[in-house]
Design a protein around this ligand. Structure first.
Ligand SMILES: NC(=O)c1ccc[n+]([C@@H]2O[C@H](COP(=O)([O-])OP(=O)(O)OC[C@H]3O[C@@H](n4cnc5c(N)ncnc54)[C@H](OP(=O)(O)O)[C@@H]3O)[C@@H](O)[C@H]2O)c1
Length: 165
């Protein structure tokens, strides 16, 4: 059965991803891409990211990681650790959608990364994405998006696949 774990992240020049529980930018074309890539698949996120979104993402199976055994939200399946998630993901495409703690927990099992590299630096950031060792990842696509009237910053959409030696 076909089975893939992919990760999607938007980060600044220093890999910052969040500030005060929120995304530090509003980039509509990036959000549109997030939706297009994840729709119809399963998304796994940390409890804090779920709280910041506030409801299950429509059109996707929503999974949440939490250590709170009493945590429950209708329409969401919750998991107590990453290993449980891997065991439950038997087929199809699982998207790791953040935040920082979940990226760290999942990264070793990820096959593909879709990064939005935002051309800015968020001085007040409090959450980061880990560095990716060049030796482990091949860049297979890069698409440039300029800043414009709807996007305060330019960004690159970069696809990486894990190098298999
Ligand atoms: N730029 C982006 O692409 C992007 C994407 C997503 C999120 N974000 C941002 O990232 C920030 C949130 O990230 P964060 O790192 O603070 O929180 P998070 O990763 O979203 O959630 C952390 C929570 O997940 C649970 N958790 C973490 N590791 C676990 C494990 N191994 N097993 C079981 N449960 C685990 C814990 O929940 P309990 O406390 O309930 O036990 C923990 O408090 C926000 O600012 C958000 O906007 C950015």
């Amino acid at each position: 059965m076909n089975r893939e774990i992919a990760l999607i992240v938007a980060h600044d020049r220093e890999r910052a991803i969040g500030h005060a529980g929120q995304l530090p930018w509003h980039l509509p074309d990036d959000l549109r891409r997030f939706k297009a890539l994840t729709l119809g698949h399963t998304v796994i996120m940390g409890r804090k990211t779920f709280d910041s979104i506030g409801k299950p993402l429509p059109g996707r199976q929503n999974w949440v990681l939490t250590r709170d055994p009493h945590w429950q939200v209708p329409g969401v399946e919750c998991f107590g650790n990453w290993e449980q998630v891997v065991r439950q993901h038997r087929s199809g495409l699982l998207w790791v959608i953040g935040g920082g703690e979940i990226y760290l927990a999942a990264l070793a099992d990820v096959d593909r990364i879709e990064s939005t590299e935002v051309d800015t630096r968020i001085a007040a950031a409090d959450t980061w994405f880990p560095p990716l060792p060049d030796k482990q990842w091949d860049i297979v696509a890069r698409e440039l998006h300029a800043a414009d009237e709807r996007h305060a910053f330019g960004f690159d959409l970069v696809t990486r696949t894990r190098r298999r030696s």
